[in-house]
Write a new protein. Structure first.
Length: 645
C-alpha cells in the first residue's frame, strides 16, 4: 500500500516532507483561499497572504496550479495584493499532473525540492505520478508550515530569488513563443498565460496510464426523481462541464424527470482515492435520440467520465452550447461500470414513501459539513445568482412565505431582484417536505435585515441587519459592494421607493418561526438547528456581533426546550477561540465542520460521519467535553446572578 492509498494516517502530511523546499506550488480553491472561485465569493484566511510573502522572503518561491479561468484568478489575487508574489501560474482546466511536472521543469528544480499543496487527493496522487519524488500535502499543513525545518529557507528580504525566477519565467515564455512562430511542428497545448507550449510527445498516454491506475468506477442510476433536488442544484451550479447549459426552474425540472419520453439518469463516481458522490446527469429524448441535458460536476474533470458516459449512451445527438473544458472525442476504457446500477425501469417513489434522506439548508460553508456526513443528503445552499449577487438560503421568513405561496404580483417582484430567485421562495424544507432529518443553519436569521415591499407585502431578508439599504447615507458603501452585481444607483433609488426597512428579526418573531417550522416538518422527522458562535471576535464591520448571537442563541435554547422534535447543534461547545475562525464570526476553520457533522449525528441524524484518525477523534471528544463544561458553568453563573438580583 502506498502512502496515498491511506491518507487518513495521522501525521502523514508532515512526515512526507523529507528535503528542503525551494518552491511551493499552490492549489487555490479550498487551499489558498476558502471557497470555489467559479461558484461565488472566496475568502482568504487570516495570515494566508503573510504566509505567501514570508515564503518568498525566505527564498522559497510560490507558484500556482489551479483548475480555474486565469483572468478571475488574477483579478482576485490582485485585489488581495499578492498576485506579484507568484511565478509560473498555470491556471486552466486540464489535468494537474502534467502541469506540475512542467512547472518543475521550467523552474529547473528537482521534484524533491518542490512542495505541492492541494485539498484533493486525486490531484496530489496525479502530481506524484507525473513528478516522482514530489513532496505533497493537504491544506492542514498550512497552519504550521513556517515551523517546519524543510521550510526554513534563507533570508532573502530583497527578493533576489523571486526576481531570478521571474526572469526564468520570461525566458520560458519567450522561448515557446519563438518556437510557435517558427512553426516548429511540435504539437502545442494552451497554457494559462495564453502562450502555447510544447506538449510532451507521450503526455496523453502517460495520463491514461495514471487514470488506469486509479481504478475509476461508475454507478449509473435511472431513479432520478429520488434525487430531483440534488440534481437540479447540480444543473444550476455547474458550468464548465455543462454541455447544454439549460437552467430549468424546479417545477420544470421535475416535469422533465417525470416525462415518459425522457430517459433521465445520473451517475456516481469513485476511485482508489475516494468517493466523489453524484457527479453527472443526463436527459435523453427517446424519440429523437437527442441529449437535452448533459452535465457533470468539476469533481469529475479529467477523469474521462463524460466521454465514457457519452459512449455508453451510444453517442446520441448533442448540440453543445457555449464553451466547455472537455471534448467528447475518443474512447475511454479505464472506467468500470458497477453492477449496482439501477434498472431503467425503476419506479419513482410514491407520494407517501419517505426517502430516508437528510436535508441541509443554509450557508455555503455547510457544504463542507455535508461532505463529512454519509447517507443520502439533499441540500439547499447559498449560491450566486445570474448577476453574480450572492443568494442566501434558509431564512425562516422566506420559509414561511414558501409554505403559504406567493401571489403573481410578489413573483414579479422576486423576478426583478438580483439578490433572490424563485428557488428562495420554493424551499423543499416546507414544499412537499420528504426527509427524516432537517439541518437548518439559523445564521441568516441572526444576520440579515428585513425589507417589506410596500405594494405586495413581500418580506425580503437581505444584507446586514445593521445597515439600512434604503438610507441614502449608506449608498456609497452599498454601491462599492454591489455595483458589479447589477445594483447601481438607479436600482437603489427604486429599492428605497418600493421597500421599507424593518430591521433585524426580533427574538420573539424568531421563536414564533422556529415553533411554526417544527410543526411543519414531516411527522417523525427531526429538526436540527445550527446556532451561532459567541466568541468575541474583533471585526469593525460587525461590532459586538457576538452579543447579538448570544441573544438569539438564548431565544433558540428557550424555544427548543419545549419542542420534542427539535435539537440544537451547539457550535459554542467547540468553537471557542479566534483560531477557529477564518474572516468573521460565521466562517469557521475546516476542522470545525467535522466537529459540526459529529454534533449533527449526536443530535439525532442517523448518518455516518466519514472516518477520521482515532487520535483526532479522541482530541475532538475531549475538546467538545471541555467546551460543554465551560458552557454549563457559564449558564450556571448566569442563573446564580439572576437569582441574586
Amino acid at each position: 500500500m502506498t502512502l496515498w492509498e491511506d491518507r487518513s494516517v495521522a501525521g502523514d502530511l508532515q512526515a512526507r516532507l523529507t528535503a528542503p523546499v525551494k518552491m511551493v506550488i499552490w492549489d487555490l480553491d479550498d487551499t489558498l483561499w476558502d471557497g470555489t472561485l467559479s461558484e461565488g465569493p472566496v475568502v482568504l484566511p487570516p495570515g494566508r497572504a503573510d504566509l505567501v510573502r514570508t515564503l518568498n522572503r525566505r527564498g522559497i518561491v510560490n507558484a500556482i496550479c489551479s483548475k480555474n479561468d486565469l483572468m478571475p484568478v488574477q483579478d482576485e489575487l490582485e485585489a488581495l495584493g499578492i498576485w506579484d508574489e507568484f511565478v509560473f501560474p498555470r491556471v486552466d482546466w486540464t489535468s494537474k499532473g502534467p502541469r506540475i511536472a512542467q512547472i518543475i521543469e521550467d523552474a529547473q528544480l528537482r521534484p524533491a525540492n518542490v512542495l505541492f499543496v492541494d485539498d484533493h487527493p486525486l490531484n496530489l496522487g496525479e502530481a506524484e505520478h507525473f513528478a516522482p519524488g514530489l513532496q505533497t500535502a493537504g491544506p492542514d499543513i498550512l497552519d504550521t508550515l513556517l515551523e517546519l525545518s524543510e521550510l526554513a529557507g534563507k533570508d532573502d528580504v530583497e527578493l533576489t530569488r523571486l526576481a531570478q525566477y521571474r526572469i526564468l519565467e520570461h525566458k520560458v515564455t519567450d522561448r515557446r513563443a519563438a518556437r510557435q512562430a517558427a512553426g516548429d511542428g511540435t504539437p502545442l497545448r494552451s497554457t494559462s498565460t495564453g502562450v502555447s507550449s510544447q506538449a510532451d510527445g507521450d503526455g496523453d498516454s502517460a495520463n491514461e496510464a495514471f487514470l488506469r491506475s486509479c481504478a475509476i468506477r461508475v454507478t449509473l442510476h435511472h431513479d432520478a426523481l429520488r434525487q430531483a433536488d440534488r440534481l437540479h442544484e447540480l444543473a444550476l451550479r455547474t458550468n464548465q462541464l455543462n454541455f447544454t447549459k439549460r437552467r430549468l426552474g424546479a417545477d420544470e425540472f421535475e416535469a422533465l424527470l417525470a416525462d415518459p419520453n425522457i430517459d433521465a439518469g445520473y451517475l456516481e463516481v469513485r476511485d482508489r482515492y475516494g468517493d466523489y458522490g453524484i457527479c453527472g446527469f443526463y436527459a435523453l429524448d427517446r424519440h429523437e435520440r437527442r441529449l437535452v441535458d448533459f452535465l457533470f460536476s468539476c469533481r469529475a474533470l479529467n477523469m474521462g467520465v463524460e466521454q465514457w458516459l457519452y459512449g455508453h449512451l451510444g453517442r446520441p445527438s448533442l448540440d453543445v452550447v457555449g464553451e466547455v473544458v472537455s471534448s467528447l472525442d475518443g474512447e475511454v476504457d479505464w472506467i468500470t461500470l458497477d453492477d449496482g446500477s439501477t434498472a431503467a425501469t425503476a419506479s419513482p417513489p410514491s407520494p407517501t414513501e419517505r426517502s430516508g434522506t437528510i436535508l441541509i439548508v443554509g450557508g455555503c460553508d455547510l457544504s463542507t459539513t455535508a461532505d463529512f456526513l454519509g447517507g443520502e443528503i439533499n441540500t439547499e445552499f447559498a449560491h450566486p445568482g445570474t448577476t453574480g449577487a450572492f443568494i442566501h438560503a434558509g431564512h425562516t421568513e422566506t420559509l414561511r412565505q414558501s409554505a403559504q405561496g406567493l401571489t403573481d404580483a410578489q413573483w414579479n417582484v422576486v423576478d426583478d431582484l438580483p439578490m433572490v430567485d424563485r428557488a428562495t421562495f420554493r424551499s423543499a424544507t416546507v414544499i412537499e417536505p420528504d426527509y427524516d432529518v432537517l439541518v437548518l443553519s439559523v445564521l441568516t436569521d441572526y444576520t440579515q435585515g428585513l425589507y417589506r415591499h410596500r405594494a405586495t407585502g413581500l418580506v425580503l431578508p437581505w444584507n446586514q441587519f445593521t445597515l439600512d439599504a434604503t438610507d441614502p447615507a449608506n449608498r456609497a458603501r452599498l454601491l462599492q459592494r454591489h455595483a458589479r452585481e447589477g445594483m447601481d444607483a438607479d436600482f437603489f433609488d427604486r429599492f428605497a421607493d418600493e421597500f421599507e426597512f424593518l430591521g433585524g428579526l426580533t427574538p420573539k418573531r424568531f421563536q414564533e418561526n422556529i415553533t411554526w417550522l417544527a410543526e411543519t416538518i414531516p411527522e417523525g422527522a427531526t429538526l436540527i438547528l445550527v446556532n451561532g458562535a459567541e466568541f468575541p471576535l474583533e471585526n469593525p464591520k460587525e461590532p459586538e456581533r457576538h452579543l447579538h448571537h448570544a441573544t438569539m442563541n438564548a431565544a433558540l435554547d428557550e424555544i427548543v426546550a419545549g419542542l420534542p422534535q427539535a435539537r440544537v447543534c451547539d457550535v459554542r461547545t467547540f468553537i471557542t477561540s479566534a483560531d477557529d475562525f477564518t474572516d468573521h464570526l460565521r466562517h469557521y476553520r475546516r476542522q470545525c465542520y467535522l466537529q459540526m457533522a459529529e454534533e449533527i449525528r449526536s443530535a439525532g441524524a442517523s448518518l455516518d460521519v466519514r472516518p477520521e484518525p482515532w487520535v483526532h477523534r479522541a482530541y475532538t471528544s475531549a475538546y467538545r467535553y471541555a467546551g460543554r463544561r465551560k458552557l454549563d458553568l457559564a449558564r450556571w453563573r448566569t442563573r446564580i446572578r439572576s437569582t441574586k438580583s
